[in-house]
Design a protein around this ligand. Structure first.
Ligand code: 3DU
Length: 216
């Protein structure tokens, strides 16, 4: 997977119209976006279809899927039918639940990203003690793509060591949450950035500044 400029834009905006306005200005420098609940709950999965069609970019749906296998299958099926290329899936619910998403993704020619450890302070409370085991489970399952935190680089490094150099690791938490783009890219293949770009008065300049600050 080749992520242009190693940046995935998190499109956590309230309307498809706003997402389009942002993408009209930024799409030359991006080929991958992440769409999650903020946009899809407001505008429906149609927003995923629309962004995909309009820009031809890769769309990763961040639904942090964490249900029983039968329900995960339905969630994954609807997501890929809407045009998503990949789906972010929680690992803590166990192998059967993640496998259900993986099988459904494969059926649609799509991919999943296994979420290991999250980037916010609360991740230390329950998730952190099991996050390396989640990464190990992913390796055992043959999962290629992972999500890990840019806010704790010591942990991101450990995740990278577990999943190996050939796996694809993307990392949120850059910018507003405190993570540094270049430092994160020492361990991650691409960074996920949202508010530092779409909340800036000049999103084009914000994106360009991040691109200038990293080694491509
Ligand atoms: O903090 P930002 O605005 O740059 O957005 C980060 C995005 O990544 C946002 O969509 C959030 O829901 C997602 N994310 C995390 O921030 C942390 C995780 O561990 C997983 C996903």
């Amino acid at each position: 997977m080749e992520v242009k400029n190693k940046i995935i834009l998190a499109l956590d905006v309230p309307t498809t119209r706003k997402a389009i306005e942002i993408m009209d200005n930024l799409s030359d420098n991006l080929n991958t976006v992440k769409i999650g609940y903020p946009l899809v709950l407001a505008e429906g999965l149609e927003s995923v279809t629309r962004i995909k069609e309009e820009y031809g970019c890769r769309v990763i749906c961040d639904f942090k899927v964490a249900d029983i296998p039968a329900t995960n299958e339905k969630i994954a099926d609807a997501t890929f039918k809407a045009g998503a290329d990949a789906l972010i899936v929680h690992g803590f619910v166990g192998e059967d639940s993640a496998a259900s998403c993986l099988e459904t993704a494969t059926k649609h020619g799509g991919e999943i990203f296994l979420l290991t450890e999250m980037s916010h302070p609360g991740a230390a409370q329950f998730l952190q003690p099991v996050s390396m085991d989640i990464a190990r489970m992913g390796v055992k399952m043959g999962i290629h793509n992972y999500v890990g935190p840019s806010t704790r680089l010591d942990r991101l490094k450990k995740i990278r060591n577990i999943i190996g150099e050939d796996s694809f690791l993307i990392s949120p938490g850059v910018g507003v949450q405190g993570g540094d783009p270049q430092d994160t890219l020492e361990f991650a293949n691409a960074i996920i950035v949202g508010r530092s770009i779409y909340l800036d008065n000049d999103p084009v300049n914000a994106l360009n500044s991040i691109i200038d600050s990293i080694e491509l």
